[in-house]
Design a protein around this ligand. Sequence first.
Ligand SMILES: O=C(CO)COP(=O)(O)O
Length: 222
Amino acid sequence: MVSPFILVNLKTYKEGMGSNAHRIAAAAETVARESGAVIGIAPAFTELHPMSHHYAIPVFAQHIDAITPGAHTGHILPEAVRSAGARGTLINHSERRLTLADIGACVEAARRLHLESVVCTNNDATSAAAAALKPDYVAIEPPELIGSGVSVSKADPGIIERSVNAVRAVNPDVKVLTGAGIQSGECVRIAVDLGTCGVLLASSVVKAENPEAVLRDLVSLI
Ligand SMILES: O=C(CO)COP(=O)(O)O
């Protein structure tokens, strides 16, 4: 099996800020090296540069705005994310929803700047729509399971399967991730067996007493 992509979204959890972000990134680097899995993190914007500077793991922004340099205030400039060392960016996370037009513009901006794009979706219809925009990844995350501790892999494998099929029907080059409640190697294994290339997750790693142990478990069945 090809090694899965494990992307850990640190959100704005206090357990994912400052020294905690360093602890999670160092753990990700160690477990990635040991296992051969690709483990990335999506830290707060203010942590992008420290994380990309100190660790040899892919670092993703949690969001970009579809703007170009100029007179905007309080926006996230895609060029700034790139120069802070990001490899890619989430777009349209359930906690940072965008219009379809904005999603399209963000995917375009990411492509122009050689940032990998991960468009988050909430069902198979939006997964198909996202795939039509030709991002690198579509990440299907049922919102009701996000942060619930109940794994999408076990509670709703059908939504993963339908999204994989929907994305393949539109554009087979677009890779699929899944997330919401992912917490173990078994969750990752089920997701990969259903045709995804990995998982997007947060709380089980970020809020863990021992993030390294959880990361090790996540890659244990690959
Ligand atoms: O929103 C998520 C990742 O972006 C999923 O969050 P949880 O892993 O906490 O359910």
